[in-house]
Design a protein around this ligand. Structure first.
Ligand code: ADP
Ligand code: MG
Ligand code: MG
Length: 208
């Protein structure tokens, strides 16, 4: 997927994430403080504005995703602003200079983004965060390097959704939901669902 197509796919992800606000709000009302939907909505509305404007002129897909992350970080606030901003910024930097988004390039983005999220937030797999969805996606992407992106992305998104589902069986140790302790059992982590939705919406828009 070249730069122009990747930009329009991410633009479409932004629109769909804005529309996911009610679902994400509901999930964070159960296990958190209820602001995750509004935070993601604010962040992706800012990303949509960025991509619609003519001040965003990245040279390559790495630069594009870096700018997306910077915009998320500056507009969202909360734990997820720092976490999702870090994913896109570090992942974008790791694929600097790449003219196209391919499966190996996406794999590197997810893997380096995950490492940066580890470094930034300290959450490990099993701690009931977006890390659980992102780890599942990064592992799946690494195993599909030879598949074209149109085939790999739906599988990567499905793996992320499974990772998010798995957070139901975890007790939160990070963020607001840690105060819930065992009561968070049985409910998905909202950030993990956001991570899976981002990849799902990418998969729905992807072309070669
Ligand atoms: P806040 O917790 O500040 O209200 P949000 O509600 O927007 O922020 O985001 C909560 C989500 O952020 C959680 O569902 C979780 O997935 C993610 N999160 C919180 N802390 C961390 C962390 N240390 N590492 C990774 N993800 C985290
Ligand atoms: Mg919250
Ligand atoms: Mg909050």
């Amino acid at each position: 997927m070249d730069l122009v197509t990747t930009r329009s796919v991410i633009r479409n992800v932004a629109e769909n994430m804005v529309a996911s606000e009610p679902e994400l709000t509901r999930l964070d009302q159960i296990v958190g403080d209820g602001d995750h939907g509004l935070g993601m909505q604010r962040g992706f509305a800012a990303v949509a504005t960025l991509l619609d404007g003519d001040t965003c002129n990245p040279q390559d897909v790495g630069g594009l995703l870096l700018q997306v992350g910077t915009r998320m970080m500056s507009s969202m606030g909360g734990a997820s602003g720092a976490i999702f901003g870090t994913l896109f910024r570090a992942g974008g930097k790791a694929i600097a200079g790449e003219p196209c988004l391919t499966t190996p390039v996406l794999s590197r983005f997810l893997n380096e983004g995950l490492n940066a999220v580890f470094a930034r937030g300290g959450a490990k797999p099993g701690d009931k965060t977006m890390v659980d969805a992102l780890t599942a996606a990064a592992e799946k992407a690494a195993s599909l390097q030879d598949k074209p992106l149109v085939e790999a992305l739906p599988e990567i998104a499905a793996a992320a959704h499974l990772g998010a589902e798995g957070t139901k069986n975890m007790v939160a140790v990070f963020g607001r939901s840690k105060t819930l302790g065992e009561r968070s059992l049985g409910h998905v982590d909202p950030g993990a669902v956001s991570m899976a939705l981002i990849l799902q919406f990418m998969a729905e828009g992807v072309t070669e």
